[in-house]
Write a protein that binds this ligand. Structure first.
Ligand SMILES: [Mn+2]
Length: 233
């Protein structure tokens, strides 16, 4: 089975419980629509896991992009002092920064800003639509749009092409007041095919206390895990 998830934000334990719940195993694929790091306490543990897992396909979110921007600026200002650069990068993650190594930085740098498959596109924030509500090819869109634009939040903004757009970036609670995965089905479409959906909004507000959810692309059903202890984290 194929699954898609977004905005895990350092919640390694929740992510593991979700993978257990869906019985994620060999032959399955997990697409991660960015914002793996920051906010939660186990950003580096989560990143190490996801980037080293062959069945996991990640794209960059604005949080990874900001981290890489810091890395690039440090390399420009002290190009020969690798120890200092790594030390500064590790300090960005007060709880588990020591787990950051150069292998992870290299893998992060190699991540794409979107993944396009036959029936769906994964992007962190959204895609521009042309005058006929067709998707503008993501390779011709500015990085900042793919990472930050919030127009996809609006229910009436739907791509009329045959592909479904999977995205996160803003908690679904900002749209409908609930922490759940919001799937927008095309009018007149029956059956559970991902291409029967205009778009899937995946950010279940995990860092705000919401559950962590993923959508199974092959059955178009959502699964969630809740935090064991309430409160902020
Ligand atoms: Mn984001």
């Amino acid at each position: 089975m194929r699954y898609v998830i977004s905005d895990i934000h350092g919640e390694y334990g929740l992510c593991m419980r979700l993978l257990e719940k869906i019985k994620f195993s060999g032959g399955d694929t997990l697409y991660v629509c960015g914002d793996i790091i920051d906010k939660g306490r186990e950003s580096m543990r989560l990143l190490n896991f996801l980037l080293n897992e062959p069945d996991v396909k990640c794209i960059l979110g604005n949080h990874e992009y900001a981290f890489l921007a810091l890395y690039w600026s440090l390399m420009r200002s002290s190009p020969h002092d690798f120890d200092r650069v790594l030390e500064t990068l590790r300090r960005q993650f007060p709880y588990d920064g020591k787990l950051l190594g150069w292998d992870i930085i290299d893998k992060l740098e190699a991540l794409p800003l979107f993944i396009e498959e036959e029936e769906f596109i994964c992007v962190h924030a959204g895609l521009p639509l042309d005058d006929d509500c067709r998707i503008v090819p993501p390779q011709s869109v500015k990085d900042t749009f793919l990472l930050n634009d919030r127009s996809f939040l609006r229910p009436e903004v739907v791509p009329k092409d045959g592909k479904c757009v999977c995205f996160g970036h803003t908690p679904v609670r900002n749209v409908c007041g609930e922490d759940k995965i919001l799937a927008y089905k095309r009018e007149g479409c029956h059956g559970d095919k991902i291409s029967n959906y205009y778009k899937i909004h995946l950010d279940t507000g995990t860092w705000l206390g919401g559950p962590l959810g993923c959508l199974c692309i092959d059955t178009c059903t959502s699964r969630y895990v809740k935090k064991l202890f309430g409160g902020w984290r």
